[in-house]
Design a binder for this molecule. Structure first.
Ligand SMILES: C[S@@+](CC[C@H](N)C(=O)[O-])C[C@H]1O[C@@H](n2cnc3c(N)ncnc32)[C@H](O)[C@@H]1O
Length: 107
């Protein structure tokens, strides 16, 4: 099966239009899950930017594996439980959070 890291491959979109992502931006992807949106975001910000993808224990490992298999170097993965208020100490330009808050106890 062919895999793509091209922007839009995971159907990243919002009602009302595409969010503005500039090449070189850094993005925090909260609750990245399997990392499909992380891959889109990584493509949009390009090699000059990067994505910090976080999820609960074990979940982020799928994202890690996908990055390894596809040779994507601008996604860093972290284990963090949002319910426990865990956030990586990073400076980012944008925060992305899709289909996650419904699962968090105190969003
Ligand atoms: C429906 S998936 C969405 C995945 C991804 N954001 C996407 O758009 O494809 C929800 C994700 O939220 C994560 N999640 C739920 N509660 C969380 C928490 N307390 N801390 C971190 N991640 C959490 C789950 O592990 C899961 O990967």
């Amino acid at each position: 099966m062919a895999c793509s890291t091209a922007p839009g491959a995971a159907g990243l979109s919002l009602p009302g239009g595409r969010p503005k992502w500039d090449p070189g931006h850094s993005v925090l992807d909260l609750g990245c899950g399997p990392g499909f949106a992380s891959l889109d975001l990584a493509g949009l910000v390009g090699s000059g930017g990067g994505v910090v993808a976080i999820d609960k224990p074990q979940r982020f490992l799928t994202t890690q594996r996908m990055c390894r298999e596809r040779g994507v170097a601008n996604i860093a993965t972290h284990q963090a439980d949002l319910d426990a208020g865990e956030f990586p100490e990073v400076m980012v330009d944008r925060v992305w959070c899709r289909w996650v808050l419904a699962f968090v106890k105190s969003p």
